[in-house]
Ligand binder design. Sequence first.
Ligand code: NAD
Length: 294
Amino acid sequence: MATVAFIGLGNMGGPMAINLVKAGHAVTVFDLAPQALEQLAQAGAAVAESALAATAGAEYVISMLPAGKHVASVYTGEEGLLQQLDSSVTVLDCSTIDAATARQVGEAAAAIGIGFMDAPVSGGVAAAAAGTLAFMCGGDAATFEKAKLILAAMGKNIFHAGPAGAGQVAKGCNNMLLAIHMIGTTEALEMGARNGLDPSVLSEIMLASSGRNWSLEVYNPYPGVMEGAPASNDYQPGFMVDLMVKDLGLAMEIAEQSGVDNVMGKLAQQRYLKHQQDGNGAVDFSSILRTIQD
Ligand code: NAD
């Protein structure tokens, strides 16, 4: 059992913190939103009045915050946690943020001897609740070994991607590829349908052929093909277009900073931005099919 401070109890952080409580860890939580704290108190967590207060006596500090500016402010801001923490504490930031901020915070932590990992996740709210998230970690090997012990209560695949920032780079690469193959899958299915093929039959053919991919396997974007997929439930998320747009923005920053001419990634970003601007931000990202149907 470990003593854990958990900061940021939103759609993802809330269920993740609950899983830590269920696994028997002593969890103290903080969020700016009182209703989020209430939910965790009911689940058996201790509630603190500030992020700093939550970290008192903690062996691990875990955060799940919206964006890089929140993470920078919590850890390296004016009253940032890093200055206050004991060097024995392991800090895991599971937020999806820009790789540059993750590296900066990671380096600031390393400079004062604190083990810090960026550990963004793959898998949405359902995976957070089920404890089946995938974690992509960036930081040193010793911190990764400690991180694994605690992340195991919240996820099932835990990868060491490389040094500080590598977790965010891995997430950016993955989600850019996801956007590209989701769009490609919708184009293939729509092309088949307009030529008289049953999308279910075409999906089966492509699943057994070289077009096989994750969207076809578990997230078919064509309504009625796959029970339980957002497409068969009027594109209720799932994974919202807003979040895909956010992740594509981060992926484009990574590509630009590293000089990669990611033509397909840029095209996918344009398509998702347009879809978002057309009022689909809160709809599941597989609804990109509609843009070629309309
Ligand atoms: P959310 O907006 O539901 O939750 C964020 C929480 O952080 C809120 O409760 C907010 O009050 C709290 N917060 C903000 N600033 C704070 C501060 N300074 N101190 C304490 N609490 C603070 O967001 P979410 O959906 O839980 O996503 C969190 C992160 O996970 C994001 O980076 C997101 O990109 C990533 N992510 C989300 C999903 C998803 O499906 N929702 C999937 C994978 C990754």
